[in-house]
Design a protein around this ligand. Structure first.
Ligand SMILES: [Ca+2]
Ligand SMILES: [Ca+2]
Length: 269
């Protein structure tokens, strides 16, 4: 037994010594390194008053040969849960809260690009909050379980911020729909008069302000696109557009946040 085992042991010993003496293949040289990471989203806003889903795209660039390339993604709160991801071999379990780690068994050609789909809970933001609040995600490049570092020894990371959409002022019950009653309330503002003259003026509580000249408010009604403190016919018609949005089954009045829209919204879900 010993006679046959020794040559085998010897060859293992040689292999170990060669492994120790040879340059490590995982050493970070000037040509084997992570060079950058980006994190992007196809949407810039989302409605935070109800549950939803967003998809982020992660892109890691590297040169040469790097070992156990990975990414750690950190969400702004545990109201975000992991749903799915493309690409990396190792992924979190669906439903896990942050942070989420992804790693490749075999690195794809640089840049390593994959998508991460996350779910968010209802009530992420106060729907009555008039301020836009950013939800910031941070992605760190990993080598094994360690953060990849740049030439200055700093973590290679990136931040993407998505803005919570604000509910339209006219949407009194915050259900992301403009009902006929809610439209009528703005029609009443439109009809506000100062003597014989229609002004369309409203007060700080978004009620009609009769017998005064309009004053540009600090927090304009979201239907007041030019922010002059009055609802014009053109501004009223824009709200009518949102209110009249219909599916084949009928009018729903659904709207969604759209940073490209003049009023920050567009018709439809
Ligand atoms: Ca509503
Ligand atoms: Ca106006």
């Amino acid at each position: 037994m010993k006679k046959t085992a020794w040559p085998k042991r010897f060859s293992v010993l040689v292999a170990l010594l060669v492994g120790v003496l040879a340059p490590s293949s995982t050493a970070q040289t000037s040509t084997n390194k992570v060079t950058g990471i980006t994190l992007t989203s196809s949407v810039h806003q989302f409605l935070a008053d109800r549950p939803g889903t967003i998809t982020l795209t992660v892109k890691v660039t590297y040169t040469g040969t790097v070992s156990r390339l990975g990414v750690r993604l950190v969400a702004p709160s545990d109201q975000w849960t992991f749903q799915s991801a493309s690409g990396p071999t190792a992924q979190p379990t669906a439903g896990n809260t942050q942070p989420w780690e992804f790693s490749y068994l075999t690195n794809p050609t640089s840049p390593a690009t994959f998508t991460v789909t996350l779910n968010y809970a209802a009530g992420l933001a106060d729907p009555l909050d008039a301020n836009y609040i950013g939800q910031s995600f941070t992605a760190y490049a990993l080598l094994g379980s360690q953060n990849a570092k740049d030439a200055n020894g700093a973590d290679i990371k990136t931040v993407a911020t998505i803005t919570e959409a604000v509910i339209h002022t006219a949407d009194a019950n915050s259900d992301a729909r403009i009902s006929l009653d809610e439209l009528l309330k703005v029609v009443q503002i439109y009809n506000t008069r100062n003597g014989n003259q229609r002004t369309g003026a409203y007060d700080a509580s978004y009620n009609p302000a009769p017998n005064v000249a309009p004053v540009a408010p600090a927090q304009p009604h979201r239907a007041d696109i030019d922010r002059d403190g009055a609802i014009s016919l053109m501004e009223l018609m824009r709200l009518v557009d949102l209110c009249m949005y219909a599916t084949p089954a009928g009018r729903t009045g659904e709207y969604h946040a759209d940073s490209q829209g003049a009023d920050g919204f567009s018709p439809g879900p």
